[in-house]
Design a protein around this ligand. Sequence first.
Ligand code: HEC
Ligand code: HEC
Length: 259
Amino acid sequence: MPRDSAVTWLVVAVVVTVLAMIAFVVFVPTPTPEAAPASANVATPSNVAWTEETIAEVNGGDTVRGMVLARRCEKCHGEEGFSDSGEIPNLASMDKLAFWKQLEDYRAGKRKSALMQPQAAVLTRRDETDLTAYYALLPAIPDPQDTRVKAVAAIDPQAAATAARLVALGDGTRGIPPCQGCHGPVGNVRGAPSLATQNADYILAQLEAFADGSRANDINLPMRTIAAQLNQEDRKALAQYYGSGLGALPGGASPVWKK
Ligand code: HEC
Ligand code: HEC
């Protein structure tokens, strides 16, 4: 009967539609949630990118406001930006981009430190920029009266030679470029601080942290790659070399400051 067949077709159509809907729900994958923001991605070394805007922002700090804010940094980093502990970095005259990036990385948890992360967590971007301006202005040569500057023991000549070679020439056989091509004084890459007045213990700790990946905030991995290629002896020699002031001039000609 035509009427019955119409009903049958209607029932079949409904059943097919329901089955199709069930199949859709079961088999069609749910769309993946929107990509997580870069800050949530642990594989991203840093949220900082060196765009024109960022560079302009970093260079636009207020030195006087920075000086006031720096009061809370002095107990660890020293009144003149020279720390009295070899494990705490000197900040005097630090390269602006490098300084600012490190604060941003601590704030975002991209660089880990039980001491510095809480310090950076309470800073605004403007605070970071102002602190950057202030520390960049502090002279790299400490007050000669300032006895808090750590004396660095005379460096062993063998270690000095090893370090001088790596700093000036690198080591092609291990793919290590010369340090002075990125950290100065020969060349500078964005975000690479001068090491000329940095503390030996701090430098050694950073080279070890890059080598084992516990510090992983270097954009494009230059330092993780280089530090992993250096052996323990090289890392110690380099830390001593810079810590004793030999990195101030190309080839370690003459230390600018030393106690
Ligand atoms: C409680 C001690 C302490 C205080 C206070 C402190 N710092 Fe630090 N800071 C450290 C230590 C320790 C490190 C090295 C941590 C690491 O190994 O990553 C460090 C590292 C840094 C670095 C990275 C330097 C580099 O060469 O990469 C910057 C920049 C810095 N501090 C700025 C500041 C500023 C600005 C303040 C004040 C707002 C401040 N710190 C307050 C202990 C302190
Ligand atoms: C290709 C460029 C490049 C070369 C070559 C290079 N570095 Fe670096 N280095 C960087 C950059 C960029 C950073 C900053 C990483 C970041 O953003 O945290 C850095 C950071 C560092 C730091 C940490 C500084 C601080 O204040 O925390 C140390 C120590 C260091 N380098 C030592 C060396 C030594 C020693 C050599 C030579 C064996 C070397 N580097 C060669 C680019 C380079």
